[in-house]
Structure formats: C-alpha cells, structure tokens
Write a protein of this length. Sequence first.
Lengths: 111, 114
Amino acid sequence: GESVGLHLPTLSVQEGDNSIINCAYSNSASDYFIWYKQESGKGPQFIIDIRSNMDKRQGQRVTVLLNKTVKHLSLQIAATQPGDSAVYFCADRSGNTPLVFGKGTRLSVIA
Amino acid sequence: GAGVSQSPSNKVTEKGKDVELRCDPISGHTALYWYRQSLGQGLEFLIYFQGNSAPDKSGLPSDRFSAERTGGSVSTLTIQRTQQEDSAVYLCASSLDGAGYGYTFGSGTRLTVV
C-alpha cells in the first residue's frame, strides 16, 4: 500500500530558533493529514491536522503546510523550546482508512 | 475516562506463551485502532474497529494475532505463541468516528518476549 515517509530522521535546532520538519506522502487520494508528537515512554500526542482542501493551518506556535502538487507536508514550530524535544510523526489517510504513519523525525533542542 | 487507558503498561512473557493486552477507549468514541511500534520505528497498523462493522484486520501480521471489541467499548488484543519479534510497544487509539478526525492514543503496552 501507499506509505508516508520523512526526509530527515534527526533534526537539531537551537532554542529559540524555528524548526521545520518535512514529510513526503505518496497517496494522491489522501484527504487528511496530521502531525503527532511522541515523548519518550508516552503515546503519540496530537499536534495539528489539515484537510486536503486547505494548504495552511496555524495553531499555537505550530503551522502545517500542505503542498498537494508535490505531495509534501511540513510542520513548522516557532521559537523552539526544550519541551519540544521529541519524535514527530506525520500521517495521512484517505476517507475512513486507518492513518498511515511515517517513521518519525527526532527533534533535539539545544539550550 | 478522560483518555485512552491501556493495561498492562509493561509485560514480560516467555516465548511461546499467550498474552492479552487491554484497551479502554474514550467514552463515546466509535472507532478504535491498534498499532505496533518497534524500537525506533514508526507505527504499524494492526486492526481497526468502527461501530458495529466488521473490523479491518488487514494489518495483523499473522494468525497468531487477534483482537475483539466487546460492547463497542473495551478491546483486547491477543497474541498467541509469542515470538521474540513480537516485542514492541502496542498502542491503542480511539476517535470520535472513522473519518476526518485525529486519534487519541493511550500510553501503550511495552511487550517483551524473552
């Protein structure tokens, strides 16, 4: 089946800088996209989602961008903080099908 | 409850034994999912329950794996004759329905087969 992948497995950023985590997806029928944050020993936690009829959505310090032309999804974190250190997963789905997750990007924030 | 609850949080079992993992979804959530996460890996879909529909078992890796959901609420994932490659974190999630919503995950059950 189709799968979701990530460009980079690890990302290190300085505290206070902006972080950008990228994701490529392959299912052109995907209509819903989501980012999760997973801290050590915990389950994934919802960050932000976006539907295919949108190309940008903002939350608190986070922005998700969707480029359907090149099947690319990104998560931007503004003013990255030590508490943002975690593994970030993107996932997509088409209709009622289960979310398909990528392998994750580990974000390390350098104080 | 306020969140998705999974038990046990940790389970160590001997190779060849059967194990049962439990998931209590958020009340009112009709969709329930099981995923498996091996060390340093992404989430692998196992099985999906939606209301009274037949479950989507397309992700189960072998016939040693099965799951049921009783009364549209609690779910149990059973692994028979466990193997070392079954060692992983088993995550359960629920959502309001099967489409258009993100999932709320539990903290998972860490299964170690020795």
